[in-house]
Design a protein around this ligand. Sequence first.
Ligand SMILES: [Cu+2]
Length: 423
Amino acid sequence: MRRLLLWVLLGLAACLAATACGTDASGAPGAETRRVLVDYVHDEVASSFIAYFPRDVRMHPGDTVVFQQEWTGEPHSVTMGRMVDEMMGVVGPLIEKYGDSEEEPPKKVMDRYYKAMAPLPDMISEGNLLAVNQNAGQPCYLDRGGPPKDSDTPCDDADQVQPPFNGRQSYYNSGFIPYEGPQGNEFTVQLADDIEPGVYNYYCNLHGPFQAGTITVVGEDEPIPSQEEVSRQARTEIEAMAEPLAAAFEAAPREGKAEIFGTTATPPLAGWAVEAPGAHMSINEFIPRAIEVAVGEPVAWTFVGGHTVSFDVPEYFAQVIVEDDGTVVFNEDASRPIDSPPLPELDESAEGAQEGGDEQGGEEAQGPPPEPPLIDAGTWDGEGFRSSGLLWEGTYRMRFATPGQYSYACLIHPQMVGTVEVR
Ligand SMILES: [Cu+2]
């Protein structure tokens, strides 16, 4: 399940302390509201948690679930409906069995996985990581049938109006949850009064079914946990994920070199990862956070995951935006090089070779993996917006012409910042 791992690396992250997500007064008398966190912002290690917290929430018919996302730069969706229940019915047990394993699952298992996933479009296609598929990135609520097969075609306007969730809809997709400030991103699901008790699955259609959760609807006579209990459960699950995250950050090399995912990384690093199967997190840090160099001395960052090295950055802008007509797009200013050399194309055949997948076939799959790119951005005079562009791997090298203290940032991950002191 390498390609899921890829998404974690592409990763982005953020939500506040679960206890801060308070209880809301709700509309209907007797109806309750519970908050589920999407992603999480760790206060010590800038990172992404590719998960929902807590993973399950118990509700009554007529209640409301608010999915609250703190922005780490990572786009997410909440995608549910009978198609998702069917998919998770197949994929859930496979993830349970193979998700934490070091070994590539047997081909038969992968075939079942892809077959179950096939009816559900992804927000981003594997072939072009900067193109948003409109049939998955825009909202869509259908009583029957699936969203358009054509990735450029969103659901009709009428199908983008969100009804209560009744458990019988075939497809019920938030689409990209828009950026509305660091803690403003919410997706609210009103449960219909006539929803049947049962377990309803949802997942993120960008990160795939490794980022999934459930709403369990119980009868009115059964109790449900208070918001305080829900928040406590969220906190417990966050802490379980945060432990290996903190350990990996601690263990990341500050000097020398280290191996990660079979390649050699030499600090300073732009990004790091938790190298454990089933670890659905990325570390969005420059490591070390502060570096010192002499004038004219090269600094070369090794990239681990999708990040940028950017100086003199403008005010933060989200990497994914919703245009006036509803089209969801990557903001090119986040991804393109600025005052910096062009980037190599993301090599798809290389991905295939790394996955050991035979669907690519051909000689590339047999050969050694291609060298990660080295981008030499020359000497920077210390003024004006400069950005490496979005790099997933390889090295970005530059020199500084003038002594001073320079702050820099990743344009994808707002918590990812560092300094270069030039002597
Ligand atoms: Cu980043």
